[in-house]
Write a protein that binds this ligand. Structure first.
Ligand code: B12
Length: 224
Protein backbone atom coordinates (compact mmCIF):
# COMPACT_ATOMS: atom_id res chain seq x y z
CA UNK A 1 0.00 0.00 0.00
CA UNK A 2 1.39 3.44 -0.91
CA UNK A 3 2.23 5.86 1.88
CA UNK A 4 -0.51 8.25 0.73
CA UNK A 5 -3.17 5.53 0.94
CA UNK A 6 -1.75 4.21 4.21
CA UNK A 7 -1.97 7.67 5.78
CA UNK A 8 -5.58 8.19 4.69
CA UNK A 9 -6.87 4.78 5.75
CA UNK A 10 -5.13 4.83 9.12
CA UNK A 11 -6.49 8.28 9.89
CA UNK A 12 -10.01 7.08 8.95
CA UNK A 13 -9.65 3.84 10.97
CA UNK A 14 -8.56 5.73 14.10
CA UNK A 15 -11.83 7.66 13.87
CA UNK A 16 -14.02 4.55 13.49
CA UNK A 17 -14.10 4.34 9.69
CA UNK A 18 -12.46 0.97 10.02
CA UNK A 19 -13.12 -0.69 6.65
CA UNK A 20 -11.43 0.09 3.36
CA UNK A 21 -10.36 -1.42 0.05
CA UNK A 22 -8.92 -0.05 -3.17
CA UNK A 23 -9.98 -0.39 -6.76
CA UNK A 24 -9.39 1.38 -10.05
CA UNK A 25 -11.92 3.95 -11.19
CA UNK A 26 -12.22 2.05 -14.49
CA UNK A 27 -13.20 -1.28 -12.86
CA UNK A 28 -16.06 0.46 -11.04
CA UNK A 29 -17.15 2.67 -13.96
CA UNK A 30 -17.37 -0.46 -16.15
CA UNK A 31 -20.24 -1.85 -14.01
CA UNK A 32 -22.39 1.27 -13.47
CA UNK A 33 -24.34 3.65 -15.69
CA UNK A 34 -22.64 6.93 -16.65
CA UNK A 35 -24.53 9.18 -14.15
CA UNK A 36 -22.92 7.18 -11.32
CA UNK A 37 -19.37 7.23 -12.72
CA UNK A 38 -16.42 8.34 -10.60
CA UNK A 39 -14.17 11.08 -11.98
CA UNK A 40 -10.52 10.42 -12.85
CA UNK A 41 -8.73 8.22 -15.36
CA UNK A 42 -9.55 4.53 -15.70
CA UNK A 43 -6.37 3.63 -13.84
CA UNK A 44 -6.83 6.20 -11.05
CA UNK A 45 -7.04 4.72 -7.58
CA UNK A 46 -10.19 4.87 -5.49
CA UNK A 47 -10.47 3.93 -1.84
CA UNK A 48 -13.88 2.77 -0.65
CA UNK A 49 -14.27 3.57 3.04
CA UNK A 50 -16.83 2.04 5.39
CA UNK A 51 -17.45 1.18 8.99
CA UNK A 52 -18.59 -1.49 11.40
CA UNK A 53 -20.15 -0.88 14.78
CA UNK A 54 -16.76 0.63 15.73
CA UNK A 55 -17.95 4.05 14.54
CA UNK A 56 -20.74 4.36 17.09
CA UNK A 57 -18.86 5.61 20.20
CA UNK A 58 -17.14 8.21 17.99
CA UNK A 59 -20.51 9.54 16.81
CA UNK A 60 -21.72 9.96 20.39
CA UNK A 61 -18.55 11.85 21.35
CA UNK A 62 -18.82 14.03 18.24
CA UNK A 63 -22.46 14.94 18.88
CA UNK A 64 -21.86 15.74 22.56
CA UNK A 65 -18.99 18.08 21.57
CA UNK A 66 -21.26 20.19 19.31
CA UNK A 67 -23.11 23.27 20.65
CA UNK A 68 -26.29 21.70 19.18
CA UNK A 69 -26.69 18.34 17.42
CA UNK A 70 -26.14 18.63 13.64
CA UNK A 71 -29.16 17.59 11.51
CA UNK A 72 -27.34 14.49 10.14
CA UNK A 73 -24.78 13.59 12.79
CA UNK A 74 -23.36 10.50 11.08
CA UNK A 75 -22.98 12.16 7.67
CA UNK A 76 -21.50 15.32 9.25
CA UNK A 77 -19.05 13.22 11.28
CA UNK A 78 -17.98 11.15 8.27
CA UNK A 79 -17.36 14.30 6.24
CA UNK A 80 -15.24 15.83 9.00
CA UNK A 81 -13.13 12.65 9.37
CA UNK A 82 -12.50 12.30 5.64
CA UNK A 83 -11.80 16.02 5.22
CA UNK A 84 -9.16 15.76 7.91
CA UNK A 85 -7.74 12.45 6.55
CA UNK A 86 -7.31 13.92 3.06
CA UNK A 87 -6.23 17.44 4.00
CA UNK A 88 -3.03 18.45 2.24
CA UNK A 89 -3.22 15.43 -0.08
CA UNK A 90 -2.03 16.78 -3.43
CA UNK A 91 -3.21 13.62 -5.25
CA UNK A 92 -6.87 14.11 -4.24
CA UNK A 93 -9.28 14.27 -7.22
CA UNK A 94 -12.63 13.99 -5.43
CA UNK A 95 -14.49 12.48 -2.49
CA UNK A 96 -17.96 11.07 -3.17
CA UNK A 97 -20.02 10.35 -0.07
CA UNK A 98 -22.59 7.55 0.02
CA UNK A 99 -25.16 10.04 1.32
CA UNK A 100 -24.83 12.44 -1.63
CA UNK A 101 -27.82 12.80 -3.96
CA UNK A 102 -27.71 12.65 -7.76
CA UNK A 103 -25.87 13.92 -9.77
CA UNK A 104 -23.04 13.16 -7.31
CA UNK A 105 -24.49 9.84 -6.14
CA UNK A 106 -22.39 6.73 -6.59
CA UNK A 107 -23.45 3.09 -6.41
CA UNK A 108 -21.21 2.46 -3.44
CA UNK A 109 -22.31 -1.15 -2.93
CA UNK A 110 -21.10 -1.96 -6.43
CA UNK A 111 -17.80 -0.25 -5.67
CA UNK A 112 -17.40 -2.28 -2.46
CA UNK A 113 -18.14 -5.45 -4.45
CA UNK A 114 -15.69 -4.63 -7.26
CA UNK A 115 -12.99 -3.70 -4.72
CA UNK A 116 -13.41 -7.03 -2.93
CA UNK A 117 -14.44 -5.38 0.34
CA UNK A 118 -17.82 -7.12 0.60
CA UNK A 119 -20.15 -9.22 -1.53
CA UNK A 120 -23.32 -7.58 -2.89
CA UNK A 121 -26.11 -10.00 -2.03
CA UNK A 122 -29.66 -10.33 -3.37
CA UNK A 123 -30.85 -8.74 -0.10
CA UNK A 124 -29.43 -5.44 -1.46
CA UNK A 125 -26.93 -5.53 1.40
CA UNK A 126 -23.18 -5.94 1.04
CA UNK A 127 -21.95 -8.86 3.12
CA UNK A 128 -18.44 -8.66 4.59
CA UNK A 129 -16.74 -12.03 5.20
CA UNK A 130 -16.16 -11.18 8.90
CA UNK A 131 -18.77 -8.54 9.76
CA UNK A 132 -21.58 -9.91 7.58
CA UNK A 133 -24.29 -7.31 6.80
CA UNK A 134 -23.29 -5.21 9.83
CA UNK A 135 -21.34 -2.66 7.85
CA UNK A 136 -22.03 0.72 6.29
CA UNK A 137 -20.31 2.16 3.26
CA UNK A 138 -19.42 5.82 3.53
CA UNK A 139 -17.29 7.27 0.76
CA UNK A 140 -15.14 6.82 -2.31
CA UNK A 141 -11.89 8.79 -2.25
CA UNK A 142 -10.43 9.22 -5.74
CA UNK A 143 -6.69 9.84 -6.05
CA UNK A 144 -4.53 10.82 -8.99
CA UNK A 145 -2.20 7.84 -8.66
CA UNK A 146 -2.15 4.40 -10.29
CA UNK A 147 -4.41 1.75 -8.79
CA UNK A 148 -2.89 -1.57 -7.68
CA UNK A 149 -3.79 -4.66 -9.74
CA UNK A 150 -7.51 -5.51 -9.57
CA UNK A 151 -8.69 -7.88 -6.84
CA UNK A 152 -11.25 -10.57 -7.49
CA UNK A 153 -14.71 -9.82 -6.08
CA UNK A 154 -15.36 -12.03 -3.04
CA UNK A 155 -17.25 -15.28 -3.35
CA UNK A 156 -20.69 -15.44 -1.71
CA UNK A 157 -20.00 -16.00 2.01
CA UNK A 158 -23.53 -17.22 2.78
CA UNK A 159 -26.49 -19.13 1.37
CA UNK A 160 -29.10 -16.46 0.70
CA UNK A 161 -31.71 -18.89 -0.61
CA UNK A 162 -32.25 -20.40 2.82
CA UNK A 163 -31.37 -17.34 4.96
CA UNK A 164 -32.42 -13.86 3.82
CA UNK A 165 -34.33 -14.58 0.59
CA UNK A 166 -37.62 -15.74 2.19
CA UNK A 167 -37.56 -12.71 4.54
CA UNK A 168 -36.77 -10.36 1.65
CA UNK A 169 -39.82 -11.74 -0.18
CA UNK A 170 -41.95 -11.12 2.93
CA UNK A 171 -40.70 -7.57 3.34
CA UNK A 172 -41.27 -6.79 -0.33
CA UNK A 173 -44.75 -8.35 -0.24
CA UNK A 174 -45.69 -6.14 2.71
CA UNK A 175 -44.46 -2.96 0.97
CA UNK A 176 -46.44 -1.09 -1.67
CA UNK A 177 -43.20 0.46 -2.85
CA UNK A 178 -39.61 0.43 -1.63
CA UNK A 179 -38.73 3.86 -0.34
CA UNK A 180 -37.54 5.33 2.94
CA UNK A 181 -41.06 5.85 4.31
CA UNK A 182 -42.06 2.26 3.66
CA UNK A 183 -38.83 0.81 5.09
CA UNK A 184 -39.39 2.97 8.15
CA UNK A 185 -42.97 1.82 8.64
CA UNK A 186 -42.05 -1.88 8.43
CA UNK A 187 -38.49 -1.63 9.61
CA UNK A 188 -38.65 -4.74 11.78
CA UNK A 189 -39.20 -6.85 8.66
CA UNK A 190 -36.14 -5.34 6.99
CA UNK A 191 -34.17 -5.85 10.16
CA UNK A 192 -35.33 -9.49 10.36
CA UNK A 193 -33.92 -9.99 6.88
CA UNK A 194 -30.56 -8.58 7.97
CA UNK A 195 -30.63 -10.67 11.13
CA UNK A 196 -31.21 -13.81 9.03
CA UNK A 197 -27.71 -13.56 7.57
CA UNK A 198 -25.55 -16.14 9.36
CA UNK A 199 -22.33 -14.21 8.74
CA UNK A 200 -20.98 -11.75 11.32
CA UNK A 201 -23.74 -12.13 13.90
CA UNK A 202 -21.45 -11.25 16.79
CA UNK A 203 -20.73 -7.94 15.07
CA UNK A 204 -24.42 -6.91 15.01
CA UNK A 205 -24.98 -3.23 15.79
CA UNK A 206 -26.37 -2.35 19.22
CA UNK A 207 -30.05 -1.44 19.35
CA UNK A 208 -29.46 2.31 19.44
CA UNK A 209 -27.29 2.18 16.30
CA UNK A 210 -29.93 0.03 14.57
CA UNK A 211 -32.82 2.28 15.55
CA UNK A 212 -30.96 5.43 14.52
CA UNK A 213 -30.37 4.01 11.03
CA UNK A 214 -33.80 2.45 10.45
CA UNK A 215 -36.13 4.94 12.14
CA UNK A 216 -33.99 7.93 13.07
CA UNK A 217 -34.27 7.61 16.86
CA UNK A 218 -31.73 9.80 18.65
CA UNK A 219 -29.84 7.84 21.36
CA UNK A 220 -30.47 9.23 24.84
CA UNK A 221 -26.73 9.53 25.63
CA UNK A 222 -26.23 12.01 22.76
CA UNK A 223 -27.95 14.73 24.74
CA UNK A 224 -26.72 13.98 28.25
C1 B12 B 1 -31.48 5.06 -2.11
C2 B12 B 1 -31.02 4.11 -1.02
C3 B12 B 1 -32.00 3.36 -0.38
C4 B12 B 1 -33.43 3.30 -0.87
C5 B12 B 1 -33.45 2.29 -2.04
C6 B12 B 1 -34.67 2.34 -2.91
C7 B12 B 1 -34.37 2.89 -4.29
N1 B12 B 1 -34.61 2.09 -5.29
O1 B12 B 1 -33.90 4.00 -4.45
C8 B12 B 1 -34.19 2.85 0.42
C9 B12 B 1 -34.68 4.08 1.16
C10 B12 B 1 -35.31 1.86 0.24
C11 B12 B 1 -33.03 2.22 1.22
C12 B12 B 1 -33.26 1.44 2.31
C13 B12 B 1 -32.25 0.93 3.12
N2 B12 B 1 -30.95 1.14 3.00
CO1 B12 B 1 -30.17 2.13 1.51
N3 B12 B 1 -29.26 3.27 0.33
C14 B12 B 1 -29.67 4.01 -0.65
C15 B12 B 1 -28.47 4.77 -1.25
C16 B12 B 1 -28.41 6.16 -0.60
C17 B12 B 1 -28.42 4.94 -2.75
C18 B12 B 1 -28.70 3.65 -3.57
C19 B12 B 1 -28.56 4.00 -5.03
O2 B12 B 1 -29.37 4.71 -5.58
N4 B12 B 1 -27.46 3.55 -5.65
C20 B12 B 1 -27.18 3.91 -7.03
C21 B12 B 1 -27.65 2.78 -7.97
C22 B12 B 1 -27.33 3.06 -9.44
O3 B12 B 1 -26.88 1.64 -7.63
P1 B12 B 1 -27.53 0.23 -7.60
O4 B12 B 1 -26.52 -0.75 -7.13
O5 B12 B 1 -28.25 -0.08 -8.85
O6 B12 B 1 -28.53 0.64 -6.41
C23 B12 B 1 -29.77 0.15 -6.23
C24 B12 B 1 -29.79 -0.60 -4.98
O7 B12 B 1 -28.89 0.03 -4.07
C25 B12 B 1 -31.22 -0.45 -4.64
N5 B12 B 1 -31.45 -0.47 -3.23
C26 B12 B 1 -30.80 0.14 -2.23
N6 B12 B 1 -31.34 -0.20 -1.07
C27 B12 B 1 -32.36 -1.02 -1.37
C28 B12 B 1 -33.25 -1.68 -0.55
C29 B12 B 1 -34.20 -2.49 -1.11
C30 B12 B 1 -35.11 -3.22 -0.24
C31 B12 B 1 -34.29 -2.63 -2.47
C32 B12 B 1 -35.34 -3.49 -3.03
C33 B12 B 1 -33.40 -1.96 -3.31
C34 B12 B 1 -32.45 -1.18 -2.73
O8 B12 B 1 -31.71 0.77 -5.15
C35 B12 B 1 -30.76 1.31 -5.98
C36 B12 B 1 -31.46 1.90 -7.17
O9 B12 B 1 -32.45 1.02 -7.69
C37 B12 B 1 -27.28 3.84 -0.76
C38 B12 B 1 -25.91 4.53 -0.66
C39 B12 B 1 -25.27 4.56 -2.05
N7 B12 B 1 -24.76 5.70 -2.43
O10 B12 B 1 -25.26 3.55 -2.76
C40 B12 B 1 -27.84 3.34 0.59
C41 B12 B 1 -27.42 1.97 1.11
C42 B12 B 1 -27.44 0.98 -0.04
N8 B12 B 1 -28.47 1.63 2.04
C43 B12 B 1 -28.05 0.99 3.09
C44 B12 B 1 -28.88 0.53 4.16
C45 B12 B 1 -28.15 -0.08 5.35
C46 B12 B 1 -30.27 0.62 4.07
C47 B12 B 1 -31.29 0.18 5.14
C48 B12 B 1 -30.95 -1.12 5.86
C49 B12 B 1 -31.62 1.28 6.15
C50 B12 B 1 -30.46 1.86 6.82
N9 B12 B 1 -30.16 3.10 6.46
O11 B12 B 1 -29.83 1.25 7.67
C51 B12 B 1 -32.60 0.12 4.34
C52 B12 B 1 -33.13 -1.26 3.99
C53 B12 B 1 -32.32 -1.88 2.86
C54 B12 B 1 -32.07 -3.36 3.00
N10 B12 B 1 -31.46 -3.91 1.98
O12 B12 B 1 -32.38 -3.97 3.99
C55 B12 B 1 -26.54 0.80 3.07
C56 B12 B 1 -26.18 -0.64 2.74
C57 B12 B 1 -24.97 -1.15 3.55
C58 B12 B 1 -24.62 -2.55 3.14
N11 B12 B 1 -24.22 -3.38 4.09
O13 B12 B 1 -24.67 -2.88 1.98
C59 B12 B 1 -26.11 1.87 1.99
C60 B12 B 1 -24.88 1.50 1.17
C61 B12 B 1 -25.87 3.19 2.78
C62 B12 B 1 -24.65 3.19 3.69
N12 B12 B 1 -24.24 4.37 4.10
O14 B12 B 1 -24.05 2.19 4.03
N13 B12 B 1 -31.83 2.60 0.75
Amino acid sequence: MSQVVERIVSSCAAAGLDLNATSSVGSYNAVVDRPFHLPGADDSLTIVVGNTRAIWPHIGEFVRAQPSPPPDPVDTYVESVIRSATSGCTELIDVRYAHESPPRRIAIQRLAHVAGLAWLSPSHLCIHPTFGPWIALRAAIVLDMPAPPARQPLAAPCDCASACAPLLAEALAAAERVDSASVRSSWRRWLAMRDACPVGRRHRYDDDQIEYHYIGTTPSDWTS
